[in-house]
Design a protein around this ligand. Structure first.
Ligand code: FAD
Length: 379
């Protein structure tokens, strides 16, 4: 009998949203033997549109709690892959191919190398750190052409968010979960009982990313979440790209090689477009032009498709997750911003652990829901 079977009986859990957070939560809940129903609408999902960079250690964000979460999230990936039965060395979903990061000048690059070495003391997952001279860049990524050196971190990885969530949901369903496509609403009655599409649940997890206000504001909550539009380009090139590292130029437009010639270039960070999902030629053209400065042959690449998704941001850019204190059977997670592929899986796993009343690796109090989800009546 599986661990937790006794605790889990008579518990019906709804997970609303099957992006990276909801899919991981549902997978681990199903693994613990819970009866899980997953609801997902899917349009604009950030996870399916994401670029796929897992490399938090080279970020210069000063928010220590965010860094702790993101570094723990990156460390957790190999465990997640093992739990899913995926190879760590040959997978289309996740691969530690390393990251090549550029800075404006050598002084800033050396400063970053110093920070990365300090961080490696607590995060050995960062791997080997090497300054790669400009004339050696092509050994790492043959299409690069730059007069600048870069920092290579061997522990950096790339993940295909769409493939990962598909696998998580497939396995959750194999373990007994139910998946329902479509948009749903949550209701809470006077006794704090939770209903999704008029079906009663013992617990509900809202992993709906940028759409949390839409679900909770009708119930009397104010939610500090705003949408941010992100667009990216999917290219095809003739080279064999499978083991190329992720390239992070100075700025926001990255080059992420996947298997068999597939390259992603992106992404935009558009704060004034709300939930709009229209690809726009000027932004896509500009991204390609910027990426081509470092990799000129990308100008000739075949443009296969564009992806557009909506990120969720809080006003101070911090993510939050855990129980809603006014309604403890309700769990939420949002505000993962531009690093949610990195932080999402560990958040999902910890939500499942919290529901199962297990100890979690990180303290939920560091990512307090109450700072971002406020009951208007009790304010
Ligand atoms: C262009 C782009 C590039 C990115 N690149 C990276 C990167 O390189 N590295 C990184 O770490 N992160 C990256 N991110 C960020 C990352 O993708 C997100 O932070 C993360 O995927 C958010 O996951 P989530 O599960 O919270 O939300 P989402 O993935 O948005 O999932 C929410 C789901 O809930 C569903 N939903 C909403 N309302 C309802 C409802 N009423 N009923 C049913 N379903 C509903 C939605 O349809 C959606 O499917 C990127 C994001 C974008 C947009």
């Amino acid at each position: 009998m599986k661990e937790g079977k006794i605790v889990t009986q008579n518990q019906e859990i709804a997970v609303v949203g099957a992006g990276i957070v909801g899919a991981t939560t549902a997978f681990y809940l199903a693994k613990k033997g819970y009866s899980v129903t997953i609801y997902d609408e899917g349009t604009g999902q950030a996870t399916a549109a994401a670029a796929g960079i897992i490399c938090p250690w080279l970020s210069q964000r000063r928010n220590k709690k965010w860094y702790h979460l993101a570094a723990s999230g990156a460390k957790f990936y190999p465990e997640l892959m093992t739990d899913l039965g995926e190879s760590l060395t040959d997978s289309a979903i996740y691969q530690q191919v390393g990251t090549l990061l550029f800075k404006k000048n050598e002084k800033l690059l050396l400063k970053l190398e110093k920070l990365a070495k300090e961080r490696r003391e607590t995060a050995p997952e960062i791997g080997d750190l090497t300054i790669v001279a400009s004339d050696q860049l092509h050994d790492y990524v043959p299409i690069l052409n730059s007069s600048q050196a870069a920092l290579f971190a061997s522990g950096g990885a790339r993940v295909d968010g769409e493939l990962l969530t598909r696998k998580l949901i497939e396995q959750a369903v194999e373990l007994g979960a139910t998946f329902q496509q479509g948009k749903v609403a949550l209701t809470i009655d006077a006794e704090n009982q939770l209903f999704v599409q008029s079906k009663k649940y013992t617990q509900v997890v809202l992993a709906v990313g940028a759409w949390l206000p839409e679900l909770l504001e009708p119930l009397g909550f104010t939610v500090d979440i705003r949408p941010q539009k992100g667009q990216l380009l999917c290219l095809d090139i003739p080279e064999e790209t499978t083991n190329w590292p992720v390239v992070m130029p100075d700025g926001e437009k990255d080059i992420i090689p996947f298997n068999n010639g597939k390259i992603i270039v992106g992404a935009t960070h558009e704060n004034d477009k709300g939930y709009d999902l229209t690809p726009t030629a000027p932004e896509l053209k500009l991204m390609l032009a910027e990426a081509s400065e470092l990799a000129p042959s990308l100008k000739q690449a075949i443009q296969v498709s564009t992806k557009v998704g909506t990120r969720a941001y809080t006003s101070d850019f911090s993510p939050f997750f855990g129980q809603v204190s006014e309604c403890p059977q309700l769990y939420v997670a949002s505000g993962l911003g531009s690093s949610g592929l990195t932080t999402g899986p560990i958040i999902g796993k910890m939500l499942a652990q919290a529901i199962h009343q297990e100890e979690t690796e990180l303290d939920f109090a560091d990512y307090p829901v109450a700072d971002y989800v406020v009951d208007r009546e009790n304010k």
